[in-house]
Design a protein around this ligand. Structure first.
Ligand code: 5GP
Ligand code: 5GP
Length: 229
């Protein structure tokens, strides 16, 4: 078949349009990191912390975020400038978010700033899979699925300012969950390495824990503190 010049120009325009369109929608990612933080370790660094306006959070891990990631370790961020955080879309989730996703940053606030940041930076990059309500609900359901504190306590690892072997912490969570986990430490005001965040990998639907294609590289001491909160 012979194409005349205008047909070729049309085809070129169509493919240009399609590629631009797909590119702008193509917020593909390979998996999520589901990241939980230990409040005691956020609060006892040099920077300290502020309790949210709803009061001191429970002595439990809190959600930090659900972050789309690529298998090579890179990740997309701030994917949709047109998608604002809209509290009215998740009004039914707010009381659970206050409990399970509390903010500890200063000055004291109701959490909207933290949730907005997480939506804008990370949530907008998984919009092809999860809308705003689904995104926050997915994170809350994941936290419900895995009770990190209970798992650690059952293994004799308590938030008592004691020091525990990093491998012992890892082993307890991996044995119970069946998947690999990443552990991030930070440093308290005395310079002790302590348990700060736990990373788990989740499929792109945001519902199943999976073996991590790649664990984030964080440095911890071989023995780390688990601070009281
Ligand atoms: P930091 O530099 O403190 O480790 O991370 C700062 C922020 O960068 C995190 O809160 C998160 O928003 C983002 N971030 C850091 N590491 C990763 C990662 O491995 N994957 C994704 N998706 N985001 C990350
Ligand atoms: P990231 O980009 O690291 O996902 O998000 C961290 C941002 O959220 C920082 O700007 C930090 O100040 C803010 N933020 C608010 N509340 C919290 C909190 O409780 N924990 C952490 N890690 N960051 C918080």
């Amino acid at each position: 078949m012979k194409l005349n010049r205008s047909a070729i120009v049309n085809l070129l325009f169509i493919s240009l349009f399609l590629s631009l369109h797909c590119f702008s929608l193509g917020q593909d990612f390979d998996f999520f990191y589901f990241v939980q933080q230990w409040p005691g370790s956020y609060c006892d660094t040099k920077n300290s912390c502020c309790y949210p306006t709803s009061g001191k959070p429970a002595s439990d891990f809190g959600i930090h975020g659900l972050w789309p990631n690529y298998n090579d370790g890179s990740y997309p961020s701030n994917c949709d400038p047109d998608s604002a955080f809209d509290k009215s879309q998740i009004s039914d989730l707010i009381s659970s978010m206050e409990k399970n996703w509390p903010t500890l940053s200063c000055p004291s606030n109701d959490g909207t700033k933290f949730w907005t940041h997480e939506w804008i930076k990370h949530g907008t990059c998984s919009e092809s899979e999860l809308d705003q309500h689904e995104y926050f609900e997915a994170a809350l359901k994941l936290k419900d699925k895995i009770n990190l504190l209970k798992i650690l306590n059952n293994a004799g690892i308590e938030a008592d300012d004691g020091f525990y072997e990093l491998d012992e912490i890892r082993k307890a969570i991996e044995e119970e969950s069946g998947v690999s986990v990443g552990i991030e430490c930070n440093v308290d005001s005395y310079g002790n390495s302590q348990l700060y965040q736990i990373y788990m990998c989740v499929d792109t639907s945001g519902s199943q824990f999976i073996q991590c294609p790649l664990l984030p590289r964080h440095r911890c001491g071989s023995s780390i503190q688990f601070p009281k909160f």
